[in-house]
Design a protein around this ligand. Structure first.
Ligand SMILES: NC(=O)C1=CN([C@@H]2O[C@H](COP(=O)(O)OP(=O)(O)OC[C@H]3O[C@@H](n4cnc5c(N)ncnc54)[C@H](O)[C@@H]3O)[C@@H](O)[C@H]2O)[C@H](O)CC1
Ligand SMILES: [K+]
Length: 519
């Protein structure tokens, strides 16, 4: 699904009102109705329950007044607390406030005491959070912050209108303090803040409701792709019954050094588990016997290393032979930081004319010479950095990368003409042409060594099967995380290993193929 920034949503609002003549009041009525429908469905099975609407002074509060009116009209006991004076409420919100029975509304102007709010919360079975929406501008303080803390202390289930109050719609960050909802009902399109962490954790279940904004406005809005199972299923290809090994490419993995044979094996074996027709694994000759034991379906290519256990320029000529005729190449897992190996990586880049996944030590080899990425190569380079590797590549700090994951990934991809999977909770996928996607699968169990080697094998195998690079990245990232979700469903997140994920890759692909069949 497409997700947009809060500003884009407000522009869509304006277009609907100014260009299509849809009154803001109608949008607000539809927004409130969408929330009331979701509340009825999720909390009304056992009849009407006492509801407390906690409203701010803007249109988020306006949606809250519509919800209050609609539920009260169906017999729900509803009370509304407004964190402002009545004369501070204007426009469409005021029009809806005036339609409420005054005896069901209390005003708690900023600077006043919130003691009555606690009593109201105790009397409620459900809280509607209509304090702040996309109009949130800065850190939540004062009465709003206190109200949010009271809501949390009440331990009542909360339905957040549009976005949990205190969550920045553009970044998903908590601005001071934020509501944690059981359900969030948003309008027209989800926002970045609904899918980026920690915002995603504050939303509870997310429901996107249509409020009558024209389809063309939504379609034309700038946004990024949030990759859920439906999006991944739309990308995955079924296998042609007449296909053969050659139909699925021959992937080459160049990897491994003393102490890091596991990285090489996991990258190669994950490529096998991701549908590659053939996989070859080029490793230092002194480690070949070990890799022959750690792999079965993949073929190994021992490269003379003088017994040192890592690759150097003496492997350049045999590697040029090995890359010939391959359909996709992975360069980096477990290669080591040895200067000789880094020099080999830099020399080899100019010879690779097929899609390349550059990972781990392969990334470190070029982090001082990123101009090498702009080589004359006609083909595709996919980088799969974690935040620390991204920081080295971009010449910044890990904190700066984490503060603007989308922006850093987008800018680097465009500047160097590469595809990027910036790993982490909600991996960011960026294409040179500006396309951005957020991966919707995965869990904290993936925070363990080797997971990146598995991802490298998955993406390499997909590139070798002919997937368009952006599709290979979004499908690879999703399948990688989805396999981990399947493992977590079986045995939890603690103690999950990269091998567990590697083994579940076919099951993850299979679940998408099945979903595709239903689409
Ligand atoms: N198409 C749609 O998505 C529709 C959205 N609607 C709702 O409108 C709100 C956005 O309303 P807006 O008036 O712009 O702002 P908010 O209600 O979110 O904020 C209220 C008010 O709060 C002030 N404010 C900003 N930051 C803070 C802060 N840190 N502490 C206290 N107060 C703050 C600021 O002055 C704001 O004006 C959207 O979320 C939807 O719920 C429409 O109703 C229907 C169409
Ligand atoms: K809200």
């Amino acid at each position: 699904m497409k997700v947009v920034s809060g500003e884009t949503m407000q522009r869509m609002d304006r277009r609907a009102i100014d260009e299509f003549g849809i009154p803001g009041l109608v949008l607000m009525e539809n927004a409130g109705r969408g929330c009331a429908d979701a509340i009825r469905e999720m909390f009304g099975r056992d009849g009407c329950i006492p509801v407390l609407v906690v409203a701010g002074k803007g249109n988020n509060g306006g949606d809250g007044y519509v919800i209050a009116r609609l539920l009260a009209g169906e017999g729900w006991p509803v009370h509304t607390v407004v964190l402002a004076r009545k004369d501070e409420i204007g426009g469409d919100a005021r029009e809806n406030l005036d339609r409420l029975d005054p005896s069901t509304v209390s005003y708690l102007p900023a600077g006043g005491t919130l003691s009555s709010l606690t009593a109201r919360l105790d009397a409620a079975a459900l809280v509607v959070d209509a304090l702040l929406g996309t109009g949130l501008k800065n850190e939540v303080q004062g009465a709003y912050a206190e109200a949010i803390r009271h809501i949390a202390a009440s331990a009542r289930p909360v339905v957040s209108v549009d976005i949990p109050s205190g969550i920045d719609a553009a970044t998903g960050k908590v601005l001071g303090v934020a509501v944690t909802a059981s359900l969030t009902v948003t309008f027209a399109l989800a926002k970045y803040g609904h899918v980026l962490y920690p915002g995603a954790l504050h939303c509870g279940r997310l429901r996107v409701v249509n409020i009558g904004i024209p389809e063309s406005v939504a379609r034309e809005a700038d946004g990024i792709l949030y990759v859920d199972a439906a999006e991944a299923a739309a990308v995955v290809k079924r296998r042609d019954p007449c296909s053969h090994k050659g139909s699925f490419g021959h992937s080459l993995v160049i990897a491994g050094s003393v102490g890091k044979t596991g990285a090489a094996a996991m990258a190669a074996n994950s490529a096998v588990r991701s549908g590659a027709g053939l996989v070859s694994l080029a490793v230092p000759a002194s480690l070949n016997a070990i890799l022959e034991l750690k792999t079965t379906e993949a073929m190994t290519i021992p490269l003379a290393d003088g017994g040192v256990g890592f690759l150097g320029d003496e492997s350049l000529v045999p590697l040029r032979d090995a890359i010939r005729g391959r359909d996709a190449i992975a360069l980096g897992p477990g290669l080591s930081w040895q200067p000789a190996t880094a020099a080999l990586v830099r020399h080899l880049l100019a010879d690779i004319m097929v899609p390349l996944v550059l990972d781990a030590d392969g990334l470190n080899a070029i982090s001082e010479q990123t101009e090498l990425l702009k080589g004359a190569r006609p083909d595709t380079v996919v980088l799969t950095p974690h935040p620390g590797e991204m920081a080295r590549l971009a010449g910044t700090t890990t904190a700066a990368v984490e503060a603007d994951r989308i922006g850093v990934a987008r800018d680097f991809a465009a500047q160097f003409g590469v595809y990027l999977i910036l790993k982490g909770a909600r991996s960011v996928i960026a294409a040179p042409d500006g396309r951005i996607a957020l991966n919707g699968s995965g869990n904290p169990g993936m925070a363990s060594g080797g997971m990146g080697d598995v991802l490298t094998g998955v993406v390499t195998a997909l590139l070798g099967q002919g997937y368009e690079p952006f599709d290979a990245c979004i499908l690879g990232a999703f399948v990688h995380g989805h396999a981990a979700d399947l493992v977590a469903a079986d045995k939890g997140e603690t103690g999950m290993s990269a091998l567990d994920v590697q083994e579940r890759l076919p099951y993850a692909f299979n679940s998408l193929i099945r979903l595709k069949g239903e689409q």
